[in-house]
Write a protein that binds this ligand. Structure first.
Ligand SMILES: [Zn+2]
Length: 92
């Protein structure tokens, strides 16, 4: 069956053909940087783009890297808009 689970918490997620290993919303909400500061992610504009920021200061962060439950992850703009976070698999 085409069931899909979050690679961090194993919760069932909506199957996605393009992103077979995306991290669920609850885990994405726990994303932090190397030092444990909370991170937020979003699109730069309605036409897309990727932007990350520190939730405590709203300062932008120039990186796609984040950590969820100690696992290094990569956040990026999703194909159809929005944000997708996956476990970091090395530089593209
Ligand atoms: Zn999860």
């Amino acid at each position: 069956m085409n069931e899909q689970i979050c690679p961090i918490c194993s919760a069932k997620v909506e199957p996605n053909v393009r992103y077979k290993d995306y991290i669920c919303f609850d885990c994405c909400a726990k994303a932090v940087d190397e030092t444990g500061r909370n991170l937020g992610f979003g699109n730069e504009s309605f036409s897309g783009g990727f932007v990350a920021w520190y939730e405590d200061t709203n300062e932008t962060r120039d990186s796609h890297i984040c950590y969820i439950n100690g696992v290094k992850c990569w956040a990026d703009e999703a194909h159809m808009g929005g944000i997708v976070i996956r476990i970091y698999a090395g530089e593209n």
